[in-house]
Design a protein around this ligand. Structure first.
Ligand SMILES: [Zn+2]
Length: 261
């Protein structure tokens, strides 16, 4: 392969490694953000349920007091019963006792219902608390993973940058500029192989036959006319330097490559 392109590919590999690190960091960072938000939502849900429970407990207490009040009332009325002299008074008191009993029964039914609601609410609260604990556990693991990866990246980054600088110095400035521009505009890969069929693997369009032949035979620094990526011939295709040993496919046996680049 053309030496200059092989240097650019080294740079690209370093850039891809750095990118992979950055993307992994970004992925964990986003997962952490998502987890934090979901915990906040769950906590607000929990807060509302706890308010509901407080409200229910209040109602429960009031209803219990009501029942006690009805009981006291009935005891008093039954005491009064002994002192009654007329039928009219007796009937009126009987009616009052019956009404109070009905009210007490109603309150007791309410109390049962409140109890059921309380139990169901407590169950929901316990589930959400467990859910939040689970999420906090995952969050703590993710935070550790993020910190570890960040540390690892800090350590490797210097090495990457040193290697990049060394390789960069071997590449002609205008070639490197082309690479950097494509990297910004199209993203990686900026250097891409051409298939045996003559298709650029950056945009999957066919190179004009003449250009393809030139690339095969002369191993020049060439950009795809459609996507602008820097092209090279994949290892499965004969390289111009060794074209003699791989007959026919290349068409031409030029050895000009080193002069061309
Ligand atoms: Zn292309």
């Amino acid at each position: 392969m053309n030496e200059q392109i092989s240097f650019i590919m080294d740079i690209q590999n370093i850039d891809l490694d750095i990118l992979q690190f950055e993307e992994s960091l970004k992925k964990i960072f986003n997962e952490i953000e998502e987890l934090r938000n979901s915990i906040k939502l769950k906590e607000s849900e929990l807060g509302k349920l706890q308010e509901d429970l407080t409200e229910l407990n209040k109602k429960f207490g009031t209803t219990e007091l009501d029942i006690k009040m009805f009981d006291d009332k009935m005891i008093k009325m039954k005491d009064t019963q002994k002192l009654i002299k007329t039928n009219k008074e007796y009937n009126a008191l009987q009616k009052s006792i019956k009404d109070t009993e009905a009210l007490k029964k109603k309150s007791e039914q309410e109390l049962m219902l409140l109890m059921e609601n309380k139990e169901s609410l407590k169950g929901k609260i316990a589930l959400i608390q467990k859910d939040i604990e689970g999420r906090q556990g995952v969050l703590s693991l993710k935070n550790t993973e993020f910190k570890d990866m960040e540390k690892e990246f800090e350590i490797s980054k210097n090495d990457y940058l040193k290697r990049r600088e060394t390789t960069k110095n071997k590449i002609k400035k205008n070639y490197l500029d082309v690479y950097e521009i494509i990297k910004i505009r199209k993203g990686l890969p900026a250097v891409t192989p051409v298939l045996q069929s003559g298709a650029c693997t950056g945009c999957y369009r066919m190179l004009p036959p003449q250009q393809f032949n030139e690339l095969i035979s002369e191993n020049v620094f060439m950009q795809c006319p459609i996507c602008s990526r820097i092209l090279y011939i994949d290892a499965v295709l004969p390289e111009s330097d060794h074209a003699e040993s791989v007959p026919a496919a290349a068409g031409k046996n030029s050895k000009k490559s080193n002069n061309k680049v």
